[in-house]
Design a protein around this ligand. Structure first.
Ligand code: FAD
Length: 390
C-alpha cells in the first residue's frame, strides 16, 4: 500500500497526546480488553454514582476524558481548539439518553437549538448530531413505523416530534451548518427515516443541511438508498447520508429470533462490509445528488473512499465527502486523513458524567466486543511509545 493511503504514522496520530495521556490511554484500552473488568467496572460505576459515592473525579479523569469532550459545551472548547489545530473538525453531541417525558423531549430540542447557535459561533464546528429518540418516545416511533393507526393524543404527540425535528433542522439550515441524524433500532427506524426524508426535502434544496444514517449491517439498506434516490430526483433535493455499519447487531438478532421474523442483519461481517462498500460506491458514482459522511473506524473502507475520490478526480476537501470517527477512538485514521487534506471530524459526546455513563459503557463494551479494535488501539499506542523512547 502506498504511503499516501496508510494510516500508520503514529507520530501524526498521537501528536496531541502527552506522555502521560498516552500512558493513560494505554491503561484504559488494556482494561477494556477484559470483558470481566468492563462488566464489573460498569456495574460498580453505576451503583457508586447512584449511591453518591465520590467516584466522579475518578471517572472524569479516566474513561470520561478518553471518550467525552466535557460536561458542558464550554468545557469541550479546549478539545475542540486542539483538534482544529490538526485540521480536525468537531461534531458536538449532547449525549444524554433514555428520557421519556414530554418535558425532557422539549428540553432536549431546546438544547440542540442552543448547540446549533454555539456551533455557529465557532468556526471549528461545521456539523452537529442528534438522535431521533432524544426528541420523542421510542414506543411512538415504533407504532408509526408499524403504520398502526394513532389515537388523536398520539397524533398530537407525533406532531410535536415533527415540530422538534423541524426546529433543529431549520436552525441548522439558517446557521449554514449540517446535522447528522443517528439511526437506531430497525423496529423504530422507518418512522425516523420518513421524518428525516421530509427534513431533507425541506432543508436540502439549495445546499446540504440534513444527513440521515444508513446502517449497512442491514441487508435492505442499499435498496432503501436507491429508492430514496429515485424519490429525491422527482422532488429535486440533495440527499445526505452518514454511512455506518451499525451499533445494535446483537440486540437486532436476539429480537428477530425471539419474535420469529427474519433477521434484518447481514449474515456475516463480510456481507456487512460489502454492503458498506457498495453504498459508498453508489453514492460517489452519484455525487451530484448525494453528500456522504463516512462514519467508520474500518481502515479498508476508509482507503476505498480515498481511492474512489481519486478515481473520480474529486478534491480531497470536496464538501460532499466527510470522514468521521468517535472521539477517543481510531486517532490514527482521523489525524492521518486530516493531514492528507480530507474533511475529517471527531464526534464528541458531552454531558454530565452521571448522564453519559450509558454512552461510556457502550464504548467500553464495543471496545471489548468489536474484534480487533482494542488490539489495534493498543498496538498503535505501543508503537508510538516506542518511537518516542527511541
Ligand atoms: C461518526 C460515527 C457515527 C456513528 N453513528 C451511528 C449511528 O447513528 N447508528 C448506529 O447504529 N451506529 C453508529 N455508529 C457506530 C457504527 O455503526 C459501528 O458500530 C462502529 O463504527 C463499528 O464499525 P466500523 O465500521 O467502525 O468498524 P468494523 O470494526 O469494521 O465493523 C464492526 C461492525 O461490523 C458489523 N459486524 C460485526 N460482526 C458482524 C457479523 N458477524 N455479521 C454482520 N455484521 C457484523 C457491526 O455493525 C459492527 O459494529 C457510528 C460510528 C461513527 C464512527
Amino acid at each position: 500500500m502506498s504511503t499516501e493511503k496508510n494510516f500508520n504514522n503514529t507520530e501524526i496520530a498521537f501528536a496531541l497526546k502527552s506522555k502521560t495521556e498516552l500512558q493513560k490511554a494505554h491503561f484504559l484500552f488494556k482494561i477494556m480488553a477484559s470483558p470481566t473488568l468492563v462488566s464489573v467496572g460498569s456495574k460498580v460505576a453505576l451503583v457508586s454514582l447512584k449511591l453518591g459515592l465520590p467516584v466522579k473525579g475518578l471517572i472524569k479523569n479516566t474513561i470520561f476524558s478518553q471518550f467525552c469532550g466535557g460536561e458542558t459545551k464550554q468545557e469541550c472548547l479546549p478539545v475542540i481548539y486542539k483538534l482544529n489545530k490538526k485540521g480536525v473538525s468537531s461534531i458536538m453531541d449532547f449525549s444524554v439518553e433514555g428520557k421519556e417525558s414530554e418535558a425532557d423531549f422539549d428540553a432536549a430540542a431546546k438544547k440542540k437549538v442552543e448547540l446549533v447557535k454555539f456551533a455557529s459561533e465557532h468556526d471549528e464546528i461545521h456539523i452537529v448530531a442528534m438522535k431521533p429518540t432524544a426528541l420523542g418516545r421510542f414506543g411512538l416511533f415504533q407504532k408509526v413505523s408499524k403504520k398502526a393507526e394513532l389515537t388523536s393524543n398520539e397524533q398530537e404527540e407525533w406532531n410535536r416530534i415533527v415540530a422538534r425535528f423541524d426546529a433543529i433542522c431549520k436552525a441548522t439550515y439558517n446557521a449554514k451548518l449540517r446535522v447528522l441524524i443517528d439511526a437506531e433500532e430497525s423496529w423504530m427506524q422507518d418512522a425516523a427515516d420518513d421524518l428525516v426524508e421530509l427534513m431533507m426535502e425541506r432543508y436540502n434544496t439549495e445546499r446540504l443541511t440534513v444527513y440521515n444514517t444508513l446502517q449497512c449491517y442491514r441487508w435492505d439498506r442499499v435498496d432503501y438508498m436507491k429508492n430514496l434516490h429515485n424519490r429525491a430526483k422527482g422532488k429535486s433535493y440533495l440527499i445526505g447520508l452518514k454511512i455506518v455499519r451499525g451499533a445494535y447487531m446483537e440486540k437486532e438478532r436476539e429480537r428477530a429470533e425471539a419474535k420469529g421474523y427474519p433477521s434484518p442483519i447481514c449474515a456475516s461481517k463480510e456481507d456487512t462490509d460489502l454492503t458498506f462498500n457498495t453504498a459508498l460506491g453508489y453514492i460517489l458514482d452519484n455525487s451530484k445528488d448525494f453528500s456522504v459522511f463516512v462514519g467508520t473506524h474500518n481502515e479498508p473502507s476508509s482507503y476505498l473512499a480515498m481511492e474512489l475520490m481519486e478515481q473520480k478526480k474529486m478534491e480531497r476537501n470536496n464538501n460532499t465527502v466527510w470522514f468521521g470517527q468517535l472521539y477517543g477512538m481510531s486517532d490514527h485514521i482521523s489525524f492521518n486523513l486530516a493531514k492528507k487534506g480530507y474533511n475529517t471530524a471527531k464526534l464528541i459526546p458531552f454531558g454530565p458524567i452521571k448522564e453519559v455513563i450509558p454512552y461510556l459503557i457502550r464504548r467500553a463494551e464495543e471496545n471489548t466486543s468489536v474484534e480487533g479494535q482494542t488490539g489495534r488501539e493498543l498496538s498503535l499506542i505501543n508503537k508510538e511509545m516506542k518511537r518516542r523512547k527511541a
